[in-house]
Every structure is written in C-alpha cells, then in structure tokens.
Design a protein around this ligand. Structure first.
Ligand SMILES: [Cu+2]
Ligand SMILES: [Zn+2]
Length: 205
C-alpha cells in the first residue's frame, strides 16, 4: 500500500513538473541567426502578447545602415543563400511592403538599423502573425524563418522590397521544443532522480 502511495506522489510530481515547464516557456519562440558559414551572429525572441507578437533581437557583425528583415514562409535555413526559407510569410495573399497600399505581407517588418560597430538591437510588435494556432500562425506545417538581408527594404516593391541577398537566417522554434533540444532532458531526469531519492528517504528507509 505504501509503495502505491509513493508511486502516486511520484506521478503527481511528474505531471506538475511538466505543467510548470509549459507555463514557464508559454507561447514563446526563439531563432538563432546564422550566417552563410553557420556562425551564430544574433538571436531573436518571439513572445505572444495581447496586442501581437513581440520580436526582440540582438545581432552583430553586419554592415552599418539599414537592412531588410522579414519572416519567411518556410522554417528551413540552408546556407549559403538561404533560399530554402522561401518567400515572405503571406497567408493573406497581399503584396509586399508596409507602405504598399496592396500590402503588406504578414511577415513584413520595419528595417533593422545597424550601428557603426555592426551591431543592432531591435524590438517590434506585429499583429499580423501569431504563435498560437490559426491562419496567421508562424507554426504552420512547414514552420517559419527570420531572415536579415544585405540591403534596406524599400517597403513598396513586390515581392521583397529590393532588399538583396539573405545574409542571416534563423528557424523560428517554439521554446517547448527548444528547451528539450538544448538538453532539457538530462536536467529533467536528474530532477526526477532527486525526487525519487526524497521519496525513498521519506517512505522506505
Ligand atoms: Cu526577407
Ligand atoms: Zn514582404
């Protein structure tokens, strides 16, 4: 009987830990931004808020000035040209550009402004996409990617605003998956082992 109680407690703690993990990561996503050589030069975070998705990113190693930045339709970043990321995310079939009367694409964003030292910090909230399920979700069947271009986006010319080559690309990955992939499994296992030890000390010693 005692061991059955212990087992139930163990299962309950396991379920609770799973819930806590989901609560902590919420509707969030991350995209490590890599160049053509695979070097990570920046990282972007995506958080679902009431008004939209907040995109916060820091990046270095770019040429000073304005750079086009968009959410592209496919979550695949194959170097060196990153064409695998497909066109701009455009579930509503609009034309390109935040200043285009027939636009914009859901994945269109204001230009990234890079300082003299090649670094930039960027923050923007877009209500044209969601991290939650639905028509505008970035997590459709083929996922999505964040791409930074060599040149500024003119926010008018279809389909890509003349923003030139794709220099950085990052697959937008839900935190829940990222946490497991970054080695969340081993800490979870250790935590379970610690809980098992406590249960043993309490009930079986
Ligand atoms: Cu782009
Ligand atoms: Zn566009």
């Amino acid at each position: 009987m005692r061991s059955i109680y212990a087992l139930l407690v163990f299962i309950a703690i396991g379920l609770l830990m799973g819930d806590v993990t989901v609560w902590a990561v919420g509707e969030r996503a991350v995209a490590p931004l890599r160049d053509a050589e695979g070097k990570v030069l920046g990282v972007a975070l995506f958080v679902q808020e009431a008004q939209g998705v907040r995109i916060s990113l820091t990046v270095k190693g770019l040429s000073p000035g304005e750079h086009g930045i968009h959410i592209h339709a496919v979550g695949k970043c194959e170097p060196p040209d990153f064409l695998s990321a497909g066109p701009h995310f455009n579930p509503t079939s609009k034309k390109h550009g935040l200043n285009n009367p027939e636009g914009p694409h859901a994945g269109d964003l204001p230009n990234l402004v890079v300082g003299e030292d090649g670094s930039a910090v960027y923050e923007y909230v877009t209500n044209l996409v969601t991290l939650t399920p639905g028509e505008l979700s970035l997590f459709d069947e083929d996922g999505s990617a964040l791409v930074i271009h060599a040149n500024p986006d003119d926010q008018m010319t279809d389909p890509a605003g003349n923003s030139g080559a794709r220099v950085l690309c990052g697959v937008i990955t839900p935190m829940k998956e990222a946490a497991v992939r970054i080695g969340g499994f081993l800490p979870t296992l250790l935590l379970f082992a610690a809980v098992a030890l406590v249960i043993w000390l309490l009930f079986f010693r």
